[in-house]
Each structure stands twice: as structure tokens, then as C-alpha cells.
Design a protein around this ligand. Structure first.
Ligand code: PLP
Length: 426
């Protein structure tokens, strides 16, 4: 039976049999017991499937990963300790020293650092392109060593919408997969695999957990990319893995299993960034109400964007579901049911106005976090981007008067009243 995404948010991934716990059990065990060394050996040889050590896999995590795979329309998934780990694993599972990545320039700052600086130290270079680039400009960014294309469906904090079909077409024309970070819309509002993405990543820390309780990440494989058709480009998947008994992942596990199996047996084994089963349990509680919460986040975000757009104190509002936004057309196509609860705006009075506005807000708390049940706000110029001068901020597209507001799921009128009184206080 194919159920709606609402039902899958609640029930997918874990189907208890007669007499088993109704809720996903937390398997709080580092290790698993076997009757013989031979039985365990077969697990190490990947001949039998099962669990032997929670650094690689744990049943609680696998139930929750299966739910996320179902929500995204993928065929396999894994949980990681954070969104950063998910994006690192997704890229590093494909690219090695000497390789190259093409990425959208409007991505989360942590992911930008990972691609621009840390991966460079590992010999992997990244070229950044505007999400609004022409197909020709995108094409020109590729090199013979390019191994993947990366973008965010809805960028944090720029709130630009990725033209997934354009990026997928370019990636596939060059024989490489498209990785899309779908953290902000969540699969409730957009499923990038339906538009051509091959790998989807998440910071589950945001809306998926939704309560500011557990840092985590996820990687989902669409299972469509034909590694064997591009065997020379992806030797890690198509040639024997000397570190794992010479297994050839694409041959042994096929299109549907190769990517996640390699990321688990090789990267999770060596980097050990697994999500704790406790956090996976909390994540699952969040997923059970994701479809209900996203509707309220989006309604609050839209109402706030409209209020800000009508205020004389506000010079500019970024919200892709708002007519006139640079991403409005793309949002209509990729996010017709709503985008997210995050809105950013530039206050006409610049830095002093932003500081007074932030100080006056009562329900929106000052946090570096976004995208959970409680509303919060951030003034990038005096926090995450504090070290930059106003000139440098302008170059980075962040005005000194910019405020990022993340609408939670509180009452819409309460949030609007809070923002109105804070605008008056400027
Ligand atoms: N991807 C996006 C779009 C994010 O917004 C973030 C964090 O804000 C990350 C990835 C990194 O996730 P985490 O903080 O869970 O490591």
C-alpha cells in the first residue's frame, strides 16, 4: 500500500510484528552477540546483514533512516551525527584527492567552509556558481575531475531556491550525480529526487527533529545513478575496495545499495560519525509530526513576510513564497505547498535599527539556531558574521541591518504582534 506523506511521517520505517514494541525501540547497545565467530565473520564479509558494532550501524538508526528514505522517495538512507557529517560523507563518498566539485554559491556557511577550505586541504577543489547562473555558465564550471554537483533546495540563510532540474541536467550531462541538501523545505514541501537529484542530505537538527533537542544528519540515495556506466570516474564504487576484502560495491550491491553501503562500511568505519540511538529516537518523535508542523511554520513565515513587506521600517524582505522575491517563480515550481518558516529582512535604519529591533522582540529569542518549534532570531552582523566590517558584509550580501527570523509553531497573531511592537520600538 502506498500511503500519503502524512501517514509515512507517522508510520514508515518501523513495522512491529506481533507483540513487539509499538514505538521504535532504543537499542542502547554498542555491540551485538553472536553464537560463533563464523556467524560474525559472515557479517564482516558483508555476506549476511546484521549488526556488530554501533559505530557502523544500529537498529534504531536504521528504522529512522528507513522512514527518511521513504519520505524522500529514496531506496536507502543512513543517519549521521550532524548535518555537517552528512554533507561531508555525501561528497567524500564520491570525490578523492585530485577531484573537483561544483556547488551553488548560496549554501549554508558551514557547508561553504567544508567545500571551500577543509576539502581543499584534502586535495578536493570546489568551484562555486550562482544558483541563478545560465546553463552555459554552469557547464563551464565543470572539469574532467568533477565528481558531483552540490546545492541546497532552499539556501540557508540566502533563501534562494535551487533550480533542481537545471542542476541535475548539467550534472548528468557530465556523468556525475547531483547532491541536494533538503534541510529547509523537508520532504513535506519538496522531494528533490522527483526533480532529478541523486543524493539528498539533511541537517535533521532543524525541522525534522523540530524541537531543538538533537543534533543529527541524514543521507538518502535515490538509487538511480549508474555507477558502472561511469566506472572510471568512480573507482571507489566500481573497483575492489582493498580496505574491505576487495568488495566492489556497485557490483555486489547494485545501484540501490552501493552508495549507502560504501558510506557505512568505509566512511562510518573510519570517521565514526554515527548518530546516537537516543538522538535517532528523538528524531523519530519529531518526524511523526513533521507534516503538521511544517504547515504551521510555513503559514507563520508567510504571514510574517507579508507584515514585514508592508512596513516602512523594512527596506527588503527575503522570502521565496512572496511575490516579487527573486526566487518566487522557482518557489512556485518546486515549493508550491509552502517553503519554510525562515524569513530574513533588511531594516531601513541599518545596524542600530536591527539592534533595537532584536532587543525589543519578546517571543523570538536570540539564538544561532533556526527551524524548530520555538521562534528565534539572529542578527548576523553582530553574531555569526561579527568579525566582518560593514563593507565586507555588503560584499557577502549581508547588510548590517539584516535580521533572520525563524518562525516556530506558536500562534500566528502572537508572532505578528511581537514583531509589530519591536518595529515600533525602533
Ligand atoms: N545544511 C544546512 C542547510 C544547514 O542549515 C545546516 C546548519 O544550520 C547544516 C547543513 C549543518 O547541520 P548541523 O548543524 O546539523 O551539523
Amino acid at each position: 500500500m502506498t500511503c500519503s506523506i502524512d501517514t509515512r511521517c507517522v508510520q514508515a520505517g518501523y513495522v512491529p510484528t506481533n507483540g513487539e514494541p509499538r514505538q521504535v525501540p532504543i537499542v542502547q547497545s554498542t555491540t551485538f552477540k553472536y553464537d560463533s565467530s563464523d556467524a560474525m565473520g559472515r557479517l564482516f564479509d558483508l555476506e549476511d546483514s546484521g549488526y556488530f558494532y554501533t559505530r557502523l550501524q544500529n537498529p534504531t538508526n536504521d528504522h529512522v533512516a528507513a522512514k527518511i528514505a521513504s519520505l524522500e522517495g529514496g531506496c536507502a538512507a543512513m543517519l549521521t551525527s550532524s548535518g555537517q557529517a552528512a554533507n561531508f560523507f555525501a561528497v567524500f563518498n564520491l570525490a578523492a584527492c585530485g577531484d573537483h566539485v561544483v556547488a551553488s554559491s548560496t549554501i549554508y556557511g558551514g557547508t561553504f567552509n567544508l567545500l571551500a577550505h577543509t576539502l581543499r586541504k584534502m586535495g578536493i577543489e570546489c568551484s562555486f556558481v550562482s544558483p541563478f547562473c545560465t546553463p552555459e555558465e554552469l557547464d563551464a564550471a565543470f572539469r574532467p575531475t568533477t565528481k558531483c554537483v552540490f546545492g541546497e533546495t532552499l539556501a540557508n540563510p540566502a533563501l534562494t531556491v535551487l533550480d533542481i532540474e537545471k542542476f541535475a541536467r548539467a550534472a548528468h550531462d557530465h556523468g556525475v550525480p547531483l547532491i541536494v541538501d533538503n534541510t529547509f523545505p523537508t520532504p513535506v514541501n519538496c522531494r528533490p529526487i522527483e526533480w532529478g537529484a541523486d543524493i539528498v542530505t539533511h541537517s535533521t537538527t532543524k525541522y525534522m527533529d523540530g524541537h531543538g533537542a538533537a543534533v543529527g544528519g541524514a543521507i538518502v540515495d535515490a538509487g538511480r545513478f549508474d555507477w558502472m556506466a561511469h566506472a572510471d570516474a568512480f573507482p571507489g564504487l566500481t573497483r575492489p575496495d582493498d580496505s574491505y576484502h576487495g568488495v566492489v560495491y556497485a557490483e555486489r550491491f547494485g545501484r540501490q545499495g552501493a552508495f549507502i553501503t560504501k558510506a557505512t562500511t568505509q566512511l562510518m568505519r573510519d570517521f565514526g560519525s554515527i548518530q546516537s540511538p537516543q538522538n535517532a529516537f528523538l528524531l523519530n518523535l519529531g518526524l511523526e509530526s513533521l507534516h503538521v508542523r511544517m504547515a504551521r511554520h510555513c503559514a507563520n513565515g508567510r504571514a510574517l513576510a507579508e507584515l514585514l513587506a508592508g512596513s516602512g521600517q523594512v527596506a527588503r524582505v527575503n522570502y521565496p513564497s512572496l511575490p516579487g522575491d527573486p526566487s518566487f517563480e522557482l518557489a512556485q515550481k518546486y515549493l508550491p505547498g509552502g517553503s519554510c518558516g525562515v524569513v530574513s529582512c533588511e531594516l531601513a535604519g541599518g545596524r542600530p535599527a536591527a539592534e533595537r529591533f532584536m532587543a525589543a522582540l519578546k517571543i523570538f529569542a536570540i539564538e544561532t539556531h533556526v527551524a524548530d518549534a520555538r521562534s528565534c532570531c539572529l542578527h548576523p552582523a553582530s553574531s555569526t558574521h561579527r568579525q566582518m566590517t560593514d563593507e565586507e558584509l555588503a560584499h557577502a550580501g549581508i547588510g548590517a541591518g539584516m535580521v533572520r527570523l525563524s518562525c516556530g509553531i506558536e500562534g500566528t497573531e502572537d508572532l505578528l504582534a511581537d514583531v509589530r511592537q519591536a518595529l515600533d520600538a525602533i
